[in-house]
Structures are given as C-alpha cells and as structure tokens.
Design a protein around this ligand. Sequence first.
Ligand SMILES: Cc1cc2nc3c(=O)[nH]c(=O)nc-3n(C[C@H](O)[C@H](O)[C@H](O)COP(=O)(O)O)c2cc1C
Length: 410
Amino acid sequence: MKIEKVVTIDDLREAARRRLPRLAFDFIDGGVEAELCLQRNRAAFQAYRLLPRYFTDVSKRSQSATIFGKTYDSPFGICPTGLAGLWRPGADDMLAEAAASANIPFALSCATNSPLAGLVGRAPGNIWFQLYTTHDRSYGRRLMERATEHGIDTLVLTADVPIAPKRERNIRNGFTRPLRLKLSTIIDGLSRPRWLAGYLRAGGGTPMMPNWQPFAPEGASPDDVANLFASQTPASEQTWADLEHYRKLWPGKLVVKGILHPDDALRAAALGVDGIIVSNHGGRQLDMAPSPIEMLPLIRAAVGDRVVLMLDSGVRRGSDILIALCLGAQFVFIGRSTLYGVAAFGKPGARKAIDILRNEIDLNMAQIGCPTLDGLGPHCLLQREPPFRIGCADDYAGPAPTPLRKAGHA
Ligand SMILES: Cc1cc2nc3c(=O)[nH]c(=O)nc-3n(C[C@H](O)[C@H](O)[C@H](O)COP(=O)(O)O)c2cc1C
C-alpha cells in the first residue's frame, strides 16, 4: 500500500500488517488474554453520539489545547511505546520528529531504542518521560536525574504493569523471554523483505535500550541490557509509597498512567500528582478491565479540578478524542495509531496518523457547532447506555476510609 492511498488509521494498521512479520505486528496490535478489553475500548466510544448543532459560525476553528502551561496544536499526544526500534530502526526518532513538527507532546517510554539526547534534540519542549517502578529504586532515581539533565519537565509513572500479562498472540508466536523463534516465524520474517533488510541493516537481534545501557557493565550487549531492564520491572511489590517517593523526588509535573478506579485517582491526587492518564494500557493488561471512556466520568466526578485528566486506549478516530474531551478529559494520548504509521511508512506515516486524527477532529468540531474546544461538554453527547456504576449496590459510597500511609512500605 502507498501512503497516498491511506485515508484512515485502519488503513495504516493494514499497511503495518503487510510490512511487518506476524510476530512483530501481533506484538503491537494484540492485547491480553481473549482481547475482549481491546474490543471494549473501541465499543465504548461507539456508545456515544456527537450531537450535530448548526447556525453557529464555524468558519474559523482551533483545536489548540493547553496543559501544564504549554499550548499544543491538537488535544492529543503520543503514548510511550517501548521496543519501537524493532518495528523500524530509528522509529523513536521518527515519532519525536513527527510530534515536534505537529506540535504535540511525545511521552518517551523508558524502554526506547534511541538515545535520550537525540530524541530531546529532535523535539525540544515536546518530550515527556515515562518510568516503571523498579525493584531497586535507585534505577528509577537515576533515570529521573537523566531526564532532568535533558530538560524534561513532565514525568509519567505507569501504574498498570505490576506483572507481565498473558498476551496470547505473543505466546503463540514465541515472542517471549527468551525469544523462541519457530520455523514458521522465521519463514514469515523472510516473506517481509523490506522489514528484514532494515532489521539486518540495524544489526539484527535485540535493539539496544540506551536509557538502561549506562547502568550495565562496559561493553554489555543489547541482550544484557534488556536482561537488566527485565530484572528491574515489572515490580509487583510497588505500592502507594512508591508514588509518594517519586512525588518527593520529581520536581516537575508528575503524571500517573493506568488509573481506572476513582478511589485510586483520588488517592493519587491526594499524594500531589499533577495529572492522571485514565488508561487500560490499550487492552494489554487486564482483559476484563473497563475501558477508560467508561470510567472517565466517574473519575472526573471524584477528583474534580484537582488534577489534569487525560485518557488513552482505543483511540482511532478524531471523534473518539472529542468524545473523551466531552466526558471530562483535558487531553488524549494515542499509542498504536502512530505506531502503525511509523512501522508502515517511517516518519511520514507517524505524521499521517497525526494528520488523519487532526483533520477528523476539525471536521467533527464544525459539525457539532464548536469552533474551539472550550465549547465541548456532556451536552454535546447522546449516551446510548445507562450510567455505569461501581460494585453491585446502587449506593457506592466513594472511597474506603483507608489512611493514606497505611499501605506504604515499612
Ligand atoms: C507496542 C506497545 C508498547 C507499549 N509500551 C509501553 C511502555 O513502554 N510504557 C507504557 O507506559 N505504556 C506502553 N504501552 C501502552 C501505551 O502507552 C498506551 O497506553 C496504549 O497503547 C494506548 O492504547 P492504543 O494503542 O489503543 O492507543 C505500549 C503499547 C503498545 C501497543
């Protein structure tokens, strides 16, 4: 498929499917267990209608959005996605350049395959940095210090990976640690010559994780560095005390990613986080988890204006972004949309994903009579489902009265 033929995010997905070996495409595209959560993320947006409104002047429209004191040209940014160098060498750099040229933020995964200095240089002012809790907290601290040294002021702590989940496509394809390449996988790889040529040109094997390289012994191979990363995370012993610890250490804006329960949102707000990304990790962690769009109104009601609320998971259309904003999100993040783009076409593909969503937002804003994002709210929506509730009783009373410090480390 040629990029000129691409009209939707689904087209980019199809182009990525054709270019990548199955093992790689499935790693990006797949979810956890039966992938019901993956489907739910799309279906949840479809439970809403945007209400058309006319006889409003919509000849001049702006979708600019301000968060944490910075104004972006669209109300969405790019999610952290690790291992992107496997889908295309230099993919992180291409995503950074696409984000900078479109003036949107890019939250770098701590598991990127490009060095931090180059990424920040490509998108100065647009880079956030994502961390997982590490068994040995000194790694987290040193990663934060490196982010600060590079002038990054927004840290994203991902909460929703306490264990390595059961991603069934990866298991079937042998994409596990250690990698077990089946004959069928190797034959499949050979049938994707353009991907294979890029992979071999970059040296083949596991791409380096430069954020972790300085912590490994001199001369450590990419596999040794990946092993070091895997020895530190997931940290299933993580508790609220870790979040408290990161809040104390990080001087800039602190965002927690992967919150779905209003009580957890309240608790994070009480610990002083600046932002929350309501997320189920794109349906990759807990198959029976609700979709973020289902939980957003409850979370907004719980935290009020105390934190900047953001959302990711399942966004494939500009209208999805508008629905999230109507339900109380101040900003939205996209994961696979730009990954499909960069895997299929490199930087132009990442930029194409951004442009598709940006254009759809623009056209939908005109149809609902909102030339700027300020006009959005629940009044713009028709909801087709009854309100969601927590638990089985009608009288969910809010958070259990647990003292904040009780669950922390001794
Ligand atoms: C291939 C891939 C790698 C990911 N790596 C990370 C990561 O390193 N850190 C993180 O916090 N989230 C990671 N995520 C989750 C995304 O940040 C995001 O929550 C999710 O992709 C959003 O859903 P969407 O892909 O449907 O837009 C990853 C997602 C994918 C698809």
